[in-house]
Design a protein around this ligand. Structure first.
Ligand SMILES: [Ca+2]
Ligand SMILES: [Ca+2]
Length: 175
């Protein structure tokens, strides 16, 4: 009996910090919304678009990979010019991710978008692209101290939507 009570006490010691953090987040993100929704800024990777720029044959050409980031929060994102960026990686199957494009951004009103793009030659009949296409991965990256810079308007209130991957198989489907 005594052992069980100590176990519950131990669980509380672990839980209390999480409850406090959750309460603080709810107070900040949920307060003063008027409509009751979150008013904090939330840049998110909305989608990855593929398109053909030009054809060199029926099966090959120049393609564009575009990662679209949108502020899906109800609050304006307002920050310094060098504190955030959108990164585009190419990830070969079984290989190492390679950074292909880097698009800095600064302010994003609710619903506003910023796009990172990368163009390359693509041969849908080749093994490296047609048979085993790489993945494309878009990541929103922030300065490490962005939550401690004294500016609440650049605190992304949802870190769970800042990373999206799409298979390059979607490019082959365009040819
Ligand atoms: Ca901040
Ligand atoms: Ca986010």
């Amino acid at each position: 009996m005594k052992g069980k009570r100590q176990g519950i006490l131990r669980q509380w010691y672990v839980l209390v910090p999480f409850v406090l953090v959750a309460a603080i987040l709810l107070t900040y993100c949920g307060g003063g919304g008027g409509g009751g929704g979150a008013v904090c800024p939330d840049p998110a990777v909305a989608r990855i678009d593929f398109s053909i720029v030009s054809l060199t044959s029926q099966f090959a050409g120049v393609v564009r990979i575009a990662g679209v980031v949108r502020n899906v929060g109800a609050g304006s994102y307002e920050s310094g010019p060098t504190q955030q960026s959108v990164l585009l990686y190419e990830v070969p199957i079984g290989g190492t991710a390679a950074l292909k494009a880097n698009q800095p951004f600064q302010n994003l009103a609710p619903g506003q978008e910023v796009t990172v793009t990368y163009e390359r030659n693509w041969d849908s009949s080749s093994p490296a692209e047609g048979e085993f296409p790489p993945d494309y991965r878009i990541i929103i990256t922030y300065d490490p101290d962005i939550y401690m810079d004294g500016n609440l308007m650049n605190d992304d209130c949802n870190g769970g939507n800042n990373d999206l991957t799409r298979s390059g198989a979607g490019i082959n489907a365009l040819f």
